[in-house]
Design a protein around this ligand. Structure first.
Ligand SMILES: NC(=O)C1=CN([C@@H]2O[C@H](COP(=O)(O)OP(=O)(O)OC[C@H]3O[C@@H](n4cnc5c(N)ncnc54)[C@H](OP(=O)(O)O)[C@@H]3O)[C@@H](O)[C@H]2O)[C@@H](O)CC1
Ligand SMILES: [K+]
Length: 502
């Protein structure tokens, strides 16, 4: 699913109006109807305070108010800047006034202290995608009033005061904190940044029939990964598949006390459809690995406790390196050698592999093209330097992927997978229960398997992140809090089946 900027959405909006053809007032009616239906389904017998701004976001809110009145609900309508309403909002205000029961308060003529709220749920239609500057004092006061006085807030299209993309220079105190955001047609980029979570609450996309053709032809670097895409990348094993056609992966992982990382990444890799897996581990871990995971072949390091050397790479289609490695000098040296020798291999680097890279940033220039790096936010900060907010972090990450020609997996809620060309695939699956020890090792194992299968690195990373999240969601059905990495691994079978086989 594409994510467009607010100005691109405006273009699609105008195109739809001209080409469907549909009057803008009818498009507003369609949007308001969708929101009204959602609201009445989820709030069957509630009264509402409806806050209305000067633009078409306000127009939507006025139409919703009328629909609720028609149904016999009690609503109070609170108008901000009634003297300056948009054309379609004016039409909807007139339509609303036709209802004798309409209770309309003009906020420009009232102190907020004298306002009596109607019910406990606010509908926020102050500003939407047309916000073009941070809110002034009066508008900020209204936003604070809403945030303070209503335990539940439903924002129409966008929480008022939030810009759809860049909020670097915004006043964060002047943004509505929605319980639900009912957004039209496509999510907005700002919804995917963890720092905006307190404003957006749960977001729901309501389709309003904007031109598919125009959306398709509008180019954007931002996508949300869909199951349909995953299916096109991962095919179920064909009838004549054998372990040779599914690839041979090499995983370099573990150090004394961290054999678990090697074990979890290996198990996840095997459970993700690799043909053969060789795990290279410190000598002392061999017995544990062979006992716990008889399906893996083992390559033993001459060191008992850390990674210091690697086997001949020619048998392997893909290499994963990093989980539980430690950052000892000899390990660093071995990693440097590995990067040199793996120039024509598919490679995924995680955890301590990334920490070693951040201590030796010049090595980034020597990574094999399209290497997959999977940092969590702190690891990325160590690699790229500090950033001030999530929007800036995304831009830094895009630049980073382009500069070093790598696939960057920026882990977190809505993990962003960035291609060397700067395309971004946000991931919709997963839950907070997955922030648990070993979860990253599991992801490395999955991506390694898909790389060994021969899937292109950008697709392998997006698919890996998606299936990892889905397996985590399935595990969380038995309790988010109790989810551990092994539960994610156990659910890889059903998660792959759902996305690629059923
Ligand atoms: N996408 C679609 O297809 C559809 C979109 N629809 C809906 O339309 C919404 C977009 O409507 P929109 O463009 O009229 O903008 P909106 O957000 O209402 O605000 C603009 C107004 O606010 C003002 N203003 C701006 N910043 C301000 C500030 N800081 N402080 C004070 N004022 C400020 C600005 O005034 P000005 O800049 O001229 O002073 C202008 O008057 C969209 O979110 C969705 O809800 C649906 O109806 C149908 C289909
Ligand atoms: K709004």
């Amino acid at each position: 699913m594409k994510i467009l900027t607010s100005s691109q959405t405006g273009t699609v909006d105008r195109y739809t109006i001209e080409n469907e053809p549909i009057g803008s007032i009818h498009l507003m009616e369609r949007a308001a109807t969708q929101a009204y239906r959602w609201i009445t389904t989820h709030y069957p017998a509630t009264s509402f305070s409806i806050f209305v701004g000067p633009g078409n976001n306000g127009g939507d809110a006025l139409a919703i108010a009328r629909m609720l009145l028609e149904e016999g609900r009690k609503v109070g309508v609170y108008l901000y800047r009634s003297e300056k309403l948009s054309h379609d909002a004016t039409i909807n205000l007139e339509r609303l006034k036709a209802f004798p029961s309409a209770k309309i308060t003009d906020l420009s003529k009232q102190s907020l202290l004298n306002i009596k709220p109607t019910g406990k749920v606010a509908i926020d239609g102050l500003f939407g995608s047309g916000l073009n500057r941070p809110l002034n004092e009066r508008a900020s006061d209204i936003v604070s009033y809403i945030n303070r006085n209503f335990p539940q807030i439903i924002s129409i299209d966008v929480p008022s005061g939030l810009f759809c993309e860049d909020n670097s220079h915004n006043h964060r105190v002047a943004i509505v904190k929605a319980t639900y955001t009912l957004t039209f047609q496509m999510p907005k980029l700002a919804f995917l940044f963890p720092e905006n979570r307190e404003f957006i609450g749960n977001w729901i996309v309501l389709p309003i029939g904007l031109s598919h053709q125009k959306i398709k032809s509008t180019s954007t670097p931002w996508q949300i990964t869909t199951e349909k895409e995953i299916r096109s990348w991962i095919r179920p094993p064909h009838l004549f598949a054998h372990k040779g056609t599914m690839g041979h992966a090499l995983l370099i992982a573990g150090s004394y006390g961290k054999t678990g990382a090697a074990l979890m990444a290996s198990r996840a890799c095997l459970k993700s459809g690799v043909g053969l897996l060789t795990a290279h581990v410190p000598h002392s871990a061999v017995a544990v690995m062979q006992t716990a995971l008889p399906e893996a072949m083992i390559s033993a390091d001459r060191s008992d406790i850390i990674f210091t050397e690697f086997p001949d790479l020619s048998p392997y289609n893909a290499i994963g390196v990093g989980p539980g490695l430690g950052t000892k000098t000899n390990t660093q040296r071995a990693l440097k050698e590995l990067l040199k020798s793996a120039q024509n291999k598919k490679l995924v680097i995680d955890a301590d592999g990334l920490n070693i890279l951040s201590e030796n940033r010049e090595w980034l220039n020597d990574l094999p093209p399209q290497t997959v790096l999977t940092p969590h936010p702190r690891e990325f900060e160590r690699l790229s330097g500090p950033y001030e907010n999530d929007f800036q972090r995304l831009n830094t990450a895009i630049e980073f992927a382009q500069t070093y020609k790598v696939v960057l997996v920026l882990k977190g809620a809505y993990t962003a997978v960035i291609s060397p060309e700067g395309k971004v695939g946000f991931n919709p699956t997963g839950n907070p229960g997955m922030a648990t020890a070993g979860s990253g090792d599991v992801l490395t194992g999955i991506i390694l398997a898909l790389l060994a299968n021969g899937i292109e690195p950008y697709a392998a990373a997006r698919a890996g992140v998606y299936v990892h999240g889905l397996a985590g969601d399935m595990a969380a059905l038995k309790g988010q809090r109790a989810t551990i990495a092994s539960d994610i691994i156990e659910n890889l079978g059903p998660a792959f089946a759902k996305t690629t086989e059923l």
